[in-house]
Design a protein around this ligand. Structure first.
Ligand code: B12
Ligand code: SF4
Ligand code: SF4
Length: 382
């Protein structure tokens, strides 16, 4: 079985042909430090309700040999995605989608590229090879740090020299023995910009630790629950993910290079007009976001996010759409629509009309949590 420099050079070539921007190699030993840190985060509740991230998942995700028996090397592959914002029309209330999710779903992009490289590793180089991206069972950031692809920043993002946090990661474990790259001797130094920029204080003051319970990205993408009322105003216009800690990072900030397969976003992809999104039923949601990462939020979760953004930015123009959402089939949407109506009325007046709409809902609403949201909104208008 060929290994060493020959295999390394061929894998670099295959990765380049598949369209990866960066490739580095790590040894496949267990990630003991990351395992301890992740288990501690889970025990402390900082992984929130990521149900799939059990202790067993963490044990496996920090043991490349559980992912691929006999693994000797993990190849880390990255593409860069820092497309600049399209111009934001100033016509009506618009939300904001995290940059990575504005175009084609990068998971699909990675899956086909990684599969191609892994197949070639098996067929040409004769090693076993297994690929994974994001939701697969390997912790990618600590592996990428081990491979010297970047360093772990205070935002918890992996920062790659020249690109900063604007890299997405995938990995291929292989039985081939390839000399690993060295970790970088770099740190964030005295910089604290991401900690200051985070609207909800989700990053620990000393950096390097994230509390998902406070993270906008967690709530708008992963959580299927109500967004805690005390956090909603901090969400601003984010409706899927959040880039505030990435945008604040000076590393790679001036490099707007983006992978050609991540299509440049249109204004409506990056900043969708909010009110019209409330009209999406299940089928229309699937159609509107076909092949996009936004689907992960689910229709009800996404409309919940839209309501929160409207509560933060909406005007009298948006009251009719929210009043409609107050009758939505999903309690999650109805409850957040009530909150948003209360916020708009508080900011823009129209308290009387909104109070009437909310009171009418209370007459028919049966869900206890939604009733509580409607009552809280009414109390705010009293
Ligand atoms: C769960 C998850 C989330 C969760 C939790 C994130 C978190 N920070 O824990 C939520 C939903 C909040 C999230 C948000 C985002 N995510 Co995310 N997420 C993941 C996922 C699936 C697992 C990460 C995880 O297990 N976190 C738990 C913590 C405990 O582990 P960790 O952060 O990976 O590793 C830490 C510890 O191990 C510790 N550590 C490591 N070694 C050592 C050694 C010692 C001694 C010690 C003490 C500690 C230590 O430091 C690491 C960094 O803090 C990965 C993909 C993957 N399979 O790895 C993507 C991933 C991390 N996410 C990614 C992205 C792009 C994002 C967002 C930018 C999306 C967005 N725009 O909204 C945000 C950024 C938020 C942020 N500041 O991290 C990218 C990050 C790329 C990069 N350059 O870092 C990844 C790698 C996906 C990918 N395939 O590219 N994400
Ligand atoms: S993604 Fe947003 S909310 Fe989460 S840590 Fe970064 S800035 Fe804070
Ligand atoms: S903003 Fe500063 S502290 Fe935060 S990750 Fe970037 S360099 Fe590190």
């Amino acid at each position: 079985m060929p290994g060493g420099m020959e295999a390394r050079a061929r894998i670099e070539e295959l990765a380049g042909e598949a369209g990866f921007d960066l490739v580095r190699f790590a040894g496949a030993e267990a990630l003991a430090g990351a395992r301890a840190a992740a288990l501690e985060s889970r025990a402390a509740g900082r992984l929130a309700e990521l149900h799939w991230m059990t202790d067993e998942w963490i044990e496996r995700a920090t043991e490349p040999r559980a992912f691929l028996a006999g693994a000797n090397t993990v190849v880390l592959l990255a593409i860069t995605g820092h497309a600049p914002d399209p111009e934001r029309p100033d016509d009506r209330a618009r939300g904001r989608v995290a940059r990575y999710a504005r175009g084609r779903d990068y998971h699909r992009l990675f899956e086909s590229k990684l599969r191609r490289v892994a197949r070639n590793v098996r067929e040409e180089l004769g090693g076993e090879a297994r690929a994974t991206v994001d939701y697969g069972p390997l912790l990618e950031r600590p592996l990428a740090a081990r491979a010297g692809l970047g360093w772990l920043g205070k935002s918890t993002m992996l920062l790659a020299p020249g690109f900063g946090p604007w890299v997405l990661l995938g990995a291929i474990a292989t039985t081939l023995k390839i000399a690993p790259d060295e970790p970088l001797q770099k740190t964030c130094g005295s910089c604290t910009r991401c900690i200051v920029a985070c609207p909800t204080g989700a990053i620990a003051l000393h950096g390097g630790v994230l509390d998902s319970r406070l993270c906008i990205s967690y709530h708008t993408i992963e959580s299927r629950e109500p967004i805690p009322r005390e956090l909603r105003r901090q969400f601003g216009d984010w409706i899927f993910g959040c880039d505030d800690c990435l945008d604040s990072c000076p590393v790679g900030a001036r490099n707007a290079a983006s992978h050609p397969d991540l299509a440049p976003a249109t204004a409506d992809d990056a900043f969708p007009p909010l009110a019209e999104l409330l009209a999406l039923d299940e089928a229309a949601f699937r159609e509107r976001f076909r092949g996009r990462a936004v689907q992960r939020a689910t229709r009800d979760g996404f409309l919940r996010n839209v309501c929160v953004a409207l509560g933060n930015l909406g005007t009298a123009e948006d009251v009719a759409a929210l009043a409609g959402a107050l009758g939505d089939g999903a309690a999650l949407v109805r409850g957040h629509a009530a909150w948003a109506l209360g916020e708009i009325a508080r900011r823009h007046g129209h308290g009387g009309a909104v109070a009437g709409t909310l009171a009418a809902r209370l007459e028919v609403e049966e869900e206890a949590w939604v009733r509580e949201e409607v009552e809280a909104a009414l109390a705010g208008l009293a």
